[in-house]
Design a binder for this molecule. Structure first.
Ligand code: 13P
Ligand code: SF4
Length: 371
């Protein structure tokens, strides 16, 4: 059928049919395999590293946010991009897709609590105030973990998107183009990145959208080189310095890697800080006998431990930090969305409106040009 979408009916249904709940694990695997085979090169399945094993094993490509957005921008031959990740990732794929392509998120309720912490109206208020006070220009940077509306806001205001693996380069670009950077919505990634670039903590200010004037005085805004939005990831914020102390006590010589969404004090104590892709590379290159304590989502940590039985790989927090929204993408949902595509029905499509898409694309393209 090539790239022609004729005969494919779109639907916004998000209610898993009973039928899929009753299938056994083996039946689900078989159905998914058959649906994938029937769709052939018309479908590409992208899977984030935090996805469960029983889902990610069907991904044509796995990656961190940067790798997956590059793939979404480059897989023009597929009519359908099925994104096993969370809503902002599927939105980014929809922003970068070609006209003929359709992006599907197997469960539309797979959101990201951090992305929800920056609301467009609140960001507009912050922007007006900070621009009124700053004389030399403010450049907004949004982490890819944000809604399409925030990305569009940033695109319209001459800013760029960043991911956890290119935040340093994008922030350097922003600060070369203005007196201040406004970093949305992850306070921790913003602080960790700016600090690594040599910006001292007292040259950063946190804008709390729940408070009048962000809880800051005009003088505090004027003094700040980087304004950090008060948002966080509830999964990564759970890792604490005492977890690192305990891991080092129990496993002398262990190397600690933290995702940059972890708190500043945790990242300061860690041996290395980086995106999910960097974490995987480090463990793979570590060699037999190496020991790793990792501060990121538990599915990735467990997979690294299973795939590397000749090295010690543990989660920094014994309780294991799980991203409950990533977990919503189940084999049942994947099976349902794929079989619907085979039948010519699109369920759980993620579609950003044209105007938002246009400006969000500007911000994403800027990122892809910077890195
Ligand atoms: P990565 O881009 O490092 O994969 O991070 C995505 C994410 O949501 C981390 O919480
Ligand atoms: Fe969002 Fe945190 Fe889950 Fe990443 S781990 S998708 S930032 S809630």
């Amino acid at each position: 059928m090539g790239h022609v979408m004729i005969g494919v009916a779109a639907s916004t249904l998000n209610c898993l049919p009973e039928y899929y709940v009753d299938l056994s694990d083996q039946q689900l695997d078989e159905h998914i395999r058959q649906a994938k085979a029937a769709l052939g090169s018309r479908v590409v399945i992208l899977g984030h590293h935090y996805q469960r094993d029983e889902v990610v094993k069907f991904a044509d490509f796995r990656g961190d946010s940067l790798k997956l957005s590059r793939l979404a921008a480059n897989r023009k031959e597929a009519d359908f991009i099925v994104f096993c990740g969370v809503h902002f990732m599927a939105e980014s794929a929809d922003i970068l897709r070609d006209e003929h392509q359709v992006v599907v998120l197997p469960d539309l309720s797979a959101g990201c609590s951090m992305a929800d912490m920056a609301d467009r109206d609140q960001v507009e208020v912050c922007w007006e105030e900070v621009c009124r006070i700053a004389s030399g220009g403010v450049v907004p940077v949004t982490y890819i973990n944000s809604t399409a509306a925030i990305k569009a806001f940033v695109g319209r205001n001459s800013g760029a998107v960043c991911t956890s693996s290119n935040a340093g380069k994008v922030m350097a670009w922003a600060l070369a183009h203005g007196e201040k950077g406004l970093f949305i919505p992850d306070e921790h990634l913003g602080r960790n990145t700016a600090y690594r670039m040599g910006i001292p903590l007292d040259a950063m200010a946190v804008w709390d959208p729940r408070q009048e004037m962000g809880g800051l005085s005009e003088e505090e805004v004027r003094r700040a080189r980087v304004i950090l939005w008060k948002g966080h990831c509830s999964v990564h914020q759970r890792f604490l310095p005492e977890h690192i102390e305990k891991a080092r006590k129990n496993y002398p010589g262990i190397r600690v890697i933290a995702h940059p969404e972890c708190r500043w004090d945790v990242c300061q104590m860690a041996d290395d800080v980086g995106s999910t892709e960097l974490i995987i590379t480090q463990v793979n290159e570590g060699g037999p006998g190496s020991q790793w304590a990792i501060g990121t989502e538990i599915h990735l940590v467990k997979r690294l431990a299973q795939e590397n039985p000749d090295r010690t790989v543990i989660s920094l927090d014994d309780c294991g930090c799980l991203c409950s929204t990533m977990y919503r993408i189940s084999p049942q949902h994947l099976c349902w969305t794929l079989e619907s595509l085979v039948e010519g029905q699109v369920v759980n499509r993620v579609q950003v409106d044209d105007e938002t898409r246009r400006w969000a694309r500007v911000a994403l393209d800027r990122m892809l040009q910077i890195v």
